[in-house]
Design a protein around this ligand. Sequence first.
Ligand SMILES: [Zn+2]
Length: 92
Amino acid sequence: MSQTNHKIITCPHCFGEVPYGAKVCRGCQAEIEYGIPDWLFLIFLIFGIWVGWHSSGILAWIIGIAAFFVCCIISERYLFKNRIVFKRKYHK
Ligand SMILES: [Zn+2]
């Protein structure tokens, strides 16, 4: 038996089947987000800038940017590896 990459995920809003990797649900148009949440990505970015900002020299900036990338990679690979969020936009 060979493993298939065509994983199917189920939308919690419309219970429709969506192929893994799709950006939008075909059933209800909900946006699908994978991996790191946007807010966490922003925190890492601010942290990286903060490190550079409060230190003098180009080396601090390099460390800040490196810290940002390391945090993102660790989060993506381990912490939020299987995170899938369906964001449904409701019409007014
Ligand atoms: Zn849906």
